[in-house]
Design a protein around this ligand. Structure first.
Ligand code: SF4
Ligand code: SF4
Length: 279
């Protein structure tokens, strides 16, 4: 699926770094902190979303889709976390729009199972956040049922919020050196991601594999996750990811920012979709 029913005014083609460059306001990428991805996790439980933000870093705006994680994967995540005595620093429940997961309340219960373990075992703080767009009756209903151990993080105004670039490939702008890979802060601020396919070093890498690379690079269980395997995935995804420009800074934009590789891929996929439906 792909959303290319866009007006030209909704797209900005990016052919040169100067077009998105802006002084970096986010601090310096610190590669030594990348190890932190291993004790922070984002559960991207569904890619379905009621908003279609064009630069959504889960690519829900240009590639709307409904894949959701199954309960078995969530249960395994909690079981393995407990077996491995995993001391998570935070667990974020996100998507897509997480309230659209068919078993969201059951997911809260599973996360609570881990919280109880964590309390007994570590007696330290654990942050659980829920990222909703709060833009539908369903999302508002789930918010009413949000357990009090979860922090509500719903601050999205609408799909016109200016976003960081995602579909701008560093490779296209000559800003990529695989031997000197510098993954962005997403790794150590948000951490690794579990989606419906498995574990990835970050949420944008998971989304890029899901809709573009399509090699199912996910690591299937938590027990198999190592820093080295996560790094292998980053060597295949960062080159396509607009967040990679973080050290030089980037402008945020509500319009879809597209570099050549992504533009060609979107157009090709869109043409195939149109041919399929015979229009
Ligand atoms: S609300 Fe969030 S998940 Fe949904 S399209 Fe916008 S950025 Fe993506
Ligand atoms: S894939 Fe993107 S978001 Fe993830 S570390 Fe690389 S540049 Fe950052």
């Amino acid at each position: 699926m792909i959303n290319m029913d866009l007006k030209p005014a909704e797209i900005v083609e990016i052919n040169d770094l100067e077009q998105i460059h802006e002084a970096n306001k986010n601090g310096i990428v610190n590669p030594s902190r990348t190890i932190r991805m291993l004790n922070r996790i984002v559960l991207d439980i569904t890619y379905e979303c009621t908003l279609k933000c064009l630069n959504c870093n889960r690519l829900c705006g240009v590639f709307p889709r409904k894949n959701e994680i199954d309960m078995a994967s969530i249960i395994n995540f909690v079981d393995h976390s407990i077996e491995m005595e995993k001391k998570w620093f935070h667990i974020y429940i996100a998507g897509g729009e997480p309230s659209l997961h068919s078993r969201i309340l059951r997911i809260f219960k599973e996360v609570q199972r881990y919280i109880e373990y964590h309390k007994k075992r570590f007696k330290t703080n654990l942050i659980i956040k829920y990222f909703t767009n709060n833009h539908s009756p369903r999302s508002r209903q789930v918010l009413k049922e949000l357990p009090d151990f979860i922090i509500n993080n719903s601050n999205k105004k609408d799909a016109n919020t200016p976003f960081k670039p995602i579909c701008v490939a560093p490779l296209d702008l000559g800003y990529y050196d695989d031997e000197n890979l510098k993954p962005c802060q997403e790794l150590y601020q948000c951490g690794m991601t579990l989606n419906y396919k498995g574990y990835y070093p970050c949420a944008p890498a998971a989304a890029i594999d899901d809709v573009f690379i399509k090699k199912d690079m996910a690591i299937k269980t938590l027990k198999e996750v190592t820093f080295e395997r996560m790094a292998e995935i980053l060597h295949r995804t960062c080159r396509y990811c607009g967040h990679y420009f973080e050290p030089v800074g980037y402008k945020r934009n509500p319009k879809l920012m597209l570099s050549g590789t992504w533009k060609n891929y979107l157009e090709k996929t869109y043409r195939m979709k149109k041919t399929k439906r015979g229009s």
